[in-house]
Design a protein around this ligand. Sequence first.
Ligand SMILES: [Zn+2]
Ligand SMILES: [Zn+2]
Length: 140
Amino acid sequence: MNVKSCRKCGRMFNYIAGMHICPPCREKLEEKFLEVKNYLRDNKGAGINEVAEACEVEPQQIAQWLREDRLELTSDSAVLLNCDRCGTPIRSGRYCDKCRAEMTTSLNSMARAINSNGASPANAKKPGGAHGSGFLTSRK
Ligand SMILES: [Zn+2]
Ligand SMILES: [Zn+2]
């Protein structure tokens, strides 16, 4: 059994998975989610703070739903998030398209560096490479 205290009301509850909040609070949150969703549908130009106030939800909670891609925003919606990496306004998720593309590219080039052996910064520090590169080449 995994007992945790609820992040919202502090009550102890039997934690199973997901958010650290108790079932009654989770239910309430789910109701709020629907309220926010409806509000956004009816008030397309509403900003995140306006929605938070109207539905009595914390702006951070709304931001979290957006990051989880649970709330859908139309292109004319005023609700915006900021990219975790560069701060560019985005509509959902954690990163803007540019950062997402850059991160994919840098992951790929990192993988390439490892595969081509010795090109990664870690290996560049020890010129001999007697230790480091051995196990990478041995897989070939
Ligand atoms: Zn609770
Ligand atoms: Zn970005």
